[in-house]
Each structure stands twice: as structure tokens, then as C-alpha cells.
Ligand binder design. Structure first.
Ligand code: ADP
Length: 195
């Protein structure tokens, strides 16, 4: 069970999380759920770093476009009027470009977080991608009301406070991408958790 108990995930506090002064609040919520911060740093990312952080495959980009179209559908907004197209891949490419602008607009905070089912646990604490539908009690639900419809009408990415890896494989890849060449991941015993 060591595999589940000591699972690692990658967390990135986004520009709106940093600019809203939520760094402490986010760390508090992770630590109070018995998760352990084992690496932590504020830094200014380059466009190239963000570009290689987000997947480039057609499936992922199309899914981004589908999310936008889903919201447009729900609120009866014509995507062609708003964005000039209703094609998932084209909208996905637009959103990806906005994401790079947004993610380089302020310093970020990167972290490696370890603990019981850390990947799923952090996603649960963060809440779903769209803050407007996130439950109260989640970070996104408590501190943002952004939605794809509003964001896309302003030609920007959804500001949802933090990024957290979706699977253990993605976590491994992202930890390598953001901390790979740095000896800055620590191990220590937390009282009451590790004995
Ligand atoms: P998550 O960050 O929850 O894993 P995704 O990987 O699907 O979500 O999307 C990456 C990021 O792109 C989101 O966190 C959000 O900032 C932004 N985003 C996702 N979908 C849209 C959209 N339809 N319009 C604008 N921004 C979006």
C-alpha cells in the first residue's frame, strides 16, 4: 500500500491564485488533509515552458474546444458569432493560445505534494475545471466564479486558481518537467502521519 500512501502529484498555483493572495490558503487546505508538501517554489515561467506543459495532441486540444462549445450550447450562445467558428479543434487551438498568455502573466508557485491517493485527493480539493459549477468547499468553488462562456467572450482562458495532475502518470511526467533537473524534492516524516 506504500504506492498509494506515498503517491506524488504536481500542483501549480496559477496567476489568479497568486494575485488573489491564495498561496497560503491553498497550502493550508492541502496540509490539513494530511498531504505533505515535499517541494515548493515561486518562479516566472517562460512561454516555452508552458507550451510544453500542456499537451499538443489533437485529442486534448479538441477536448478543450468541446468544453467551450458545451458552455456555449448550455447558455444558447452562437460560437460562430462569438469566436468566428464552431469547430472544436480550431476553438481548442485558440484556448491553448490564451492559456499560454494567461499562465505567463504573473509568477506561479510549483509544488510536489505527497500523500494518500494524492492525485485524486488534490483534484477533489481543487474542484472541477469550471469554477462556476464547482461546489462550495472546493478551492475553485470558494474563490472563483469564472466560466468558459465569460472567459471566451473576453478572449482568455478560464482562471481557475490552480493546476493539479490528473493521473499518476501525468504527475510523474509533470514533476520531471518542472523539477527534473533540481535537487529540490525533500523527504521528511510528518508528525502523526509518518510516525
Ligand atoms: P484541468 O486544469 O481541470 O485539468 P483541462 O486540462 O481540461 O482542465 O484544461 C486546462 C486549463 O485550460 C484549465 O484549467 C483552464 O484554465 C483552461 N480551460 C479549459 N477549458 C477551457 C475553455 N473551454 N475555455 C477557456 N479556458 C479553458
Amino acid at each position: 500500500m506504500k504506492r498509494f500512501k506515498e503517491e506524488k502529484t504536481f500542483v501549480l498555483i496559477k496567476p489568479d491564485g497568486v494575485r488573489k493572495g491564495l498561496v497560503g490558503e491553498i497550502i493550508k487546505r492541502l496540509e490539513q488533509r494530511d498531504l505533505k508538501i515535499i517541494a515548493l517554489e515561486m518562479f516566472q515561467p517562460t512561454k516555452k515552458q508552458i507550451d510544453s506543459h500542456y499537451p499538443k495532441d489533437k485529442k486534448w486540444i479538441t477536448r478543450l474546444g468541446e468544453k467551450s462549445l458545451g458552455t456555449y450550447h448550455k447558455y444558447n450562445i452562437d460560437p460562430v458569432k462569438e469566436l468566428g467558428t464552431n469547430k472544436e479543434k480550431v476553438i481548442g487551438d485558440m484556448v491553448r493560445k490564451w492559456l499560454i498568455e494567461y499562465m505567463t502573466s504573473a509568477p506561479l508557485v510549483r509544488m510536489v505534494v505527497q500523500g494518500v491517493h494524492a492525485v485524486d485527493m488534490v483534484r477533489k480539493i481543487a474542484g472541477p475545471t469550471m469554477p462556476s459549477v464547482a461546489d462550495m468547499g472546493t478551492i475553485r468553488g470558494d474563490f472563483s466564479a469564472d466560466s468558459a462562456a465569460i472567459a471566451n467572450s473576453e478572449k482568455r482562458a478560464v482562471a481557475n486558481i490552480l493546476h493539479a495532475s490528473e493521473t499518476p502518470e501525468e504527475a510523474e511526467h509533470e514533476i520531471q518537467h518542472w523539477f527534473g533537473d533540481k535537487p529540490s524534492i525533500f523527504q521528511y516524516k510528518r508528525f502523526g502521519i509518518d510516525g
